[in-house]
Design a protein around this ligand. Structure first.
Ligand SMILES: Nc1ncnc2c1ncn2[C@@H]1O[C@H](COP(=O)(O)OP(=O)(O)OP(=O)(O)O)[C@@H](O)[C@H]1O
Ligand SMILES: [Mg+2]
Length: 465
């Protein structure tokens, strides 16, 4: 029986909620979407349970407007801020020679049993790096294969119990029970990587409002996850502090004029007027070049921190096919070029998530990557076998043509709804300048950005980037 799912991405700028279920063709059917400005959530952690709970409740209420379906299960994203990734392995004998889901479950449970988990941490994911049957290594999918011994090497994501309890408490106050947790960057990677990138591996970086979350794939296997407590809000703060301008004006300057491309003639001589904090009647004139320098410094810092972390953990040598950047900050003009420099000319792609067809909103927005990932994780498990946060085996299910890419995003009624949503968004943006923040914000449709490769190998790789 198809179950109705509630997916919630608790971000520090917005809480996104989506209600969905698989239809009879196993396609994801979106029943409702809601988004609400966040409060009480900072750097991936709940800082005020009561306030955070209210925002979650509002986002879910908006999502419920168009559906009366009863929610059967709830999946929630968690930040890498309080997670630790560890490796483990397990092996089992195959008495009758045929590997079924039973044996795959057993070997995964054995690898989990063998893992050294810190007492105050809880298991979130057990993801296979590779399977081995007898002497043949690197078996991608052992189901229905024959052998006498099955081994698995796994990547285990664990999260601090207290942080998970705080999320559960915030949701409980909102009347919601969590059934599954999913690592933010893992969900994001599921949403933005295409088949080729999944095959050759990539590093996915999700840069949001106050966090930078990333995961590394080597081949099809997740081998690393990381987190940096810096995001696009830090740029807003920098502009606000350095130009003595209110945060609302600083945010507007960032999104309207932010441009990391050096030598842009248009910017060199241009000036913008910025209001001054505590002196609304007067404004200052600031050169755009100065503003770009402030923005550039912060973005370079974030990307360099990720690169240095990857180098320190020895992952950098394995990055292979490149970097995929998503999340709100990836909308910044020129971030692809800057990231290419920081990551020593590796191919870089700015990605939006796959656009699940629906009548409510376009998911083709960098800010929607995590919520789309939660839906794909729960409703379209065509990945390898893995254990979820309840230590249950997620079975591999190959569903063809489940998702529609953005070329044919919406039917006529949906288009009308998106036009309405855009009008509503404009209204909301005007309100938010006036100081009304608690509003439903729907995403805008973003542009496609393409790049060039370097060497012959990179040329092949960059075709997917
Ligand atoms: N054009 C732009 N340039 C730079 N930053 C932008 C742009 N557009 C949006 N942003 C920023 O993106 C952020 C929101 O992104 P996103 O929705 O991914 O964050 P979040 O998931 O709520 O936060 P987090 O994941 O850090 O908890 C905001 O800080 C916003 O200012
Ligand atoms: Mg986020």
């Amino acid at each position: 029986m198809n179950k109705t799912l509630l997916a919630i991405d608790i971000g520090s700028s917005n809480v996104n909620a989506v209600i969905a279920r698989n239809n009879l063709d196993y396609k994801i059917n979106i029943l409702g979407t809601g988004s609400y400005k966040s409060n009480g959530i900072n750097k991936g952690v709940i800082s005020n349970i009561e306030v955070a709970s209210k925002c979650i409740k509002e986002a879910v209420l908006i999502a419920k407007i168009n559906t009366t379906e009863q929610i059967d299960s709830t999946v929630v994203s968690i930040s890498g801020a309080y997670t630790k990734g560890i490796r483990s392995s397990g092996s089992v004998n195959i008495p009758n020679g045929l590997i079924t889901e039973n044996e795959i479950n057993q070997v995964m449970q054995m690898a989990l049993y063998n893992a050294t988990i810190i007492p105050e941490y809880e298991v979130i994911h057990v993801i296979p790096i590779f399977f081995k049957i007898d002497d043949s290594a690197d078996v991608e999918n052992p189901l229905n294969m024959n052998g006498t011994r099955l081994e698995v090497s796994v990547f285990v994501v664990t999260a601090k119990k207290t942080a998970l309890t705080n999320i559960q408490s915030a949701l409980k106050i909102a009347g919601i029970t969590v059934n599954n947790f999913v690592l933010d960057a893992y969900a994001t990677a599921i949403a933005v990587l295409d088949e080729q990138q999944k095959k050759f591996g990539a590093t996915v970086i999700n840069i949001g409002a106050t966090t930078t979350e990333y995961v590394c794939y080597k081949g099809t296997s997740l081998i690393y996850n990381g987190f940096i407590p810096v995001g696009s809000n830090h740029i807003t703060n920098d502009i606000s502090v350095m130009l003595h301008t209110p945060p609302i004006a600083a945010e507007k300057i960032k999104t309207e004029y932010g441009n990391l491309l050096k030598g842009n003639e248009d910017l060199v001589n241009k000036k913008v007027r910025t209001p001054r904090i505590g002196d609304e009647k007067n404004s200052s004139e600031v050169s755009l070049e100065h503003i770009q320098t402030i923005i550039h410094a912060r973005v370079e810092e974030v990307l360099t921190l990720v690169r240095n972390n990857l180098k320190k953990s020895g992952i950098h040598e394995n990055l292979g096919s490149g970097i995929v950047i998503t999340g709100g900050m990836s909308k910044l003009v020129g971030i692809k070029e800057l990231a290419t420099l920081v990551f020593d000319n590796l191919p870089v792609k700015i990605s939006t998530p796959v656009n699940i067809k629906n009548g409510y909103m376009s998911f083709e927005d960098e800010k929607m990557a995590t919520i789309v990932g939660l839906l794909l994780y729960s409703l379209e498990p065509n990945r390898n076998f893995e254990l979820d946060s309840n230590k249950n085996l997620i079975k591999k299910r190959k569903i063809e043509e489940n998702i529609q890419r953005s070329q044919d995003p919406i039917n006529t009624t949906s288009k009308e709804k998106i036009v309405q949503a855009k009008e509503q968004k404009l209204e909301i943006e005007e309100n938010s300048i006036k100081g009304d923040h608690n509003t439903t914000i729907l995403p805008t449709i973003s542009k496609d950005k393409k790049g060039k490769g370097m060497s012959k190998f990179w040329n092949v790789i960059t075709e997917w980037f």
